[in-house]
Design a protein around this ligand. Structure first.
Ligand code: ADP
Ligand code: MG
Length: 395
């Protein structure tokens, strides 16, 4: 271990910017490993706050709160829209992982694509649209396309599908003329993601690629092992490593990819400078999980082994399955012997809001997926039934 003699050990105080579900799962991992945690999040009900030693309930750029964070032995983030400048400022006083520079790249689809290109990897054909005057007939080659705001989009938000130049103009206006990228809409054969845990050139691992199924632009299921040829999955892993290396990345990096056409070309869609929803399966199905890796890497420790122990399917639980009054019927999920339920303890329920997830372990991917869909359907039906019961009662 002498090579890691400068690493940060328990019970050091670790800091995290953001206290949502990713921050909560990070906090649990850090506490389990013996560290203390300070969470900075302006929401008094932030899910991570219930597990943290200290909750700084302030804005992310609050000077006093940042002073406190600077005293942590190391600081990380749970989301990319934190101020990269705050992270650069913190780096003067403490270890910051990933770096503010890496977070800045992931914040901006234009920069992200430039870095993907620089790493020798492929993006979808795209153009940057900064002002109305950038829109002309030369963009027809990108239609039908998807106009995406360059910054601040997530879960399909800040995106519009456009079929003509007229629709493109209208969509640009609807998106308030903020800088956008127009991407050609590609035929997706599959979507996968790779979560990399990288300390440096020598110490980097990745979790097995997840096959992701979306509904309404939001991740619904992650299936592992992905049902694609081994050679394609290996290539995806190598691409993710290559990108992390190009960025000189230290920490957990998620790389989303499209699998396109009969020859299964791999195209990098976007990156996240943190653990990713599609990596939640690692909590129950791998030797280590993506949050433990986040803790290890910010502490300068080498990543743990990332092997998959059992095929699995992770299913997101959105606010949609909550009945109007009360809780979903958790019976089926809890009674299933290889389904692991995770709820984030969010007080406010909204359709489309990520409230929790469950992971089903099985003998193979298809079985895990089938069971996950059955259990999810049960949650949906129970929400609908209790709505109709409520209606019946009101009659
Ligand atoms: P977000 O930040 O919301 O995750 P993404 O760029 O990943 O944004 O887009 C969300 C989903 O929309 C993707 O997972 C994919 O299903 C679909 N999508 C995005 N871009 C394209 C594209 N260029 N062609 C086809 N489908 C796309
Ligand atoms: Mg995405």
């Amino acid at each position: 271990m002498s090579r890691f003699s400068s690493c940060i050990l328990p019970p050091a105080m670790l800091g995290i910017l953001g206290g949502g579900q990713l921050g909560a799962m990070f906090t649990v991992a850090a506490k389990t490993m013996g560290y203390q945690v300070t969470v900075l999040d302006p929401d008094p009900n932030a899910p991570a706050a219930q597990f943290a030693d200290r909750h700084l309930c302030s804005a992310f750029d609050d000077a006093d709160a940042l002073q406190h964070m600077a005293k942590c032995a190391a600081v990380t983030t749970e989301f990319e829209n934190v101020s990269a400048d705050s992270m650069r400022w913190l780096a003067q006083y403490t270890v910051v992982s990933p770096s503010g520079d890496c977070v800045a790249i992931a914040q901006d689809r234009q920069q992200e694509k430039e870095w993907i290109d620089r790493a020798g990897l492929v993006t979808v054909p795209y153009a940057v649209i900064s002002t109305e005057s950038d829109i002309d007939d030369s963009l027809k080659k990108l239609l039908p396309g998807i106009l995406k705001t360059a910054t601040l989009g997530y879960d399909g938000k800040g995106q519009k599908t456009v079929d003509s130049i007229a629709e493109l103009r209208e969509a640009f206006t609807q998106l308030q003329h903020v800088r956008c990228v127009l991407e050609k809409k590609v035929d997706l054969r599959a979507e996968i993601s790779v979560v990399v845990a990288r300390l440096n050139n020598q110490y980097a691992v990745c979790f097995p690629p997840a096959e992701n199924q979306h509904k309404n632009g939001i991740l619904a299921y992650s299936l592992v092992p992905a049902r694609l040829p081994q050679a394609i999955l290996k290539q995806a892993e190598n691409m993710a490593f290559k990108l992390a290396q190009a960025m000189n990345y230290q920490g957990v990096l998620a790389v989303e990819m499209f699998v396109v056409g009969n020859d299964m070309q791999l195209i990098v869609n976007e990156i996240a400078p943190r653990p990713h929803n599609s990596g939640h399966y690692t909590l129950d199905a791998c030797i280590s999980d993506q949050f433990q890796q986040q803790v290890r890497l910010m502490c300068g420790l080498p990543p743990a082994a990332s092997d998959l122990l059992k095929p699995c399917c992770m299913a997101n639980i959105l606010g949609d399955v909550w009945p109007e009054n009360g809780e979903p019927d958790w019976n089926a999920v809890l009674n299933h012997k290889t389904a692991c339920l995770h709820l984030y303890g969010k007080k406010q329920v909204r359709p489309g809001r990520k409230m929790g997830h469950f992971t089903v372990l099985a003998e193979n991917t298809d079985q895990a997926w089938q069971t996950a869909r059955d259990l999810h359907l049960h949650l949906q039906n129970s929400a609908q039934n209790s709505c109709s019961t409520a209606l019946d009662k009101s009659c």
